[in-house]
Design a protein around this ligand. Structure first.
Ligand SMILES: N[C@@H](CCC(=O)N[C@@H](CS)C(=O)NCC(=O)O)C(=O)O
Length: 221
């Protein structure tokens, strides 16, 4: 089956799907879209995904959007290097962790912190930022608790739960290193000090097959 992946550099949702392809060693044709040129809003792209969002996978005419749906599709089509568990118990826990992250952990980090920093709005209301940081820290504390018990979010093996979550944390570290974040004392750039188990987990994921190939290219420059 031939695959076409449409993505934007730095999109955490696209990053998940590209790392899944790379980790499983699945060949695909990469279509990097330039958001500054609105390439994800062209009639051609909107015909693939009327929501105008990445990622999109086109698998020989089967077009799938929603990053985690793409990951599940790839798992079913390419079961080697399993990411969604091999037993009912493992599969249940992988999905539990995915939903915990997507429904609860993600929001305070992405909306509360990353969005404000990426829009350059953090210094407009420092008190609101500090309140948002406290909520994001609750999310980090929960992750830290899980990862202090085990090397990966769903146990001893890398799973889709890790690949879903990793880009969110990498973005937090990246945006948390900006001068305005540091000036506010948000401290998200120093996870090794505040949340050492999360930091060690990020280091472990950086070693997995395909990590470098899926790393956002515009972050390298
Ligand atoms: N729930 C979707 C979210 C997709 C999404 O929001 N993608 C963002 C990039 S991370 C996007 O395409 N944003 C561009 C826009 O909305 O114009 C998924 O998991 O794939």
């Amino acid at each position: 089956m031939a695959y076409d992946l449409y993505w934007i550099s730095g999109s955490p949702n696209a990053w998940r799907t590209m790392l899944t392809l790379e980790y499983k060693g699945i060949p695909y044709v990469s279509h990097r879209l330039d958001p500054s040129k609105q390439e994800h809003k062209t009639p051609e792209f909107l015909a693939l995904n009327p929501r105008g969002k990445v990622p999109v996978l086109n698998a020989d005419g089967v077009v799938i959007s929603e990053s985690i749906a793409i990951m599940a599709f790839l798992e079913r089509a390419h079961p080697t290097q399993p990411l969604f568990g091999e037993t009912p118990e493992e599969t249940g826990l992988v999905w539990q962790r995915i939903f915990e992250v997507v429904n609860t952990v993600r929001e305070p980090i992405e909306t509360g912190i990353i969005r404000a920093l990426s829009y350059g709005e953090a210094l407009k209301d420092p008190e609101a930022m500090r309140a948002a940081a406290a909520l994001a820290t609750d999310s980090l504390d929960w992750l830290e608790g899980v990862l202090t018990q085990q090397p990966y979010l769903a146990g001893s093996k890398l799973s889709a739960a890790d690949i879903v979550t990793m880009p969110i944390l990498q973005m937090l570290v990246r945006f948390g290193s900006r001068p305005d974040a540091v000036a506010l004392g948000l401290n998200f750039h120093a996870l090794a000090n505040s949340h050492p188990s999360i930091s060690a987990w990020l280091d472990r994921i950086e070693q997995v097959q395909g990590y470098d190939a899926a790393y956002p290219p515009h972050w390298r420059v």
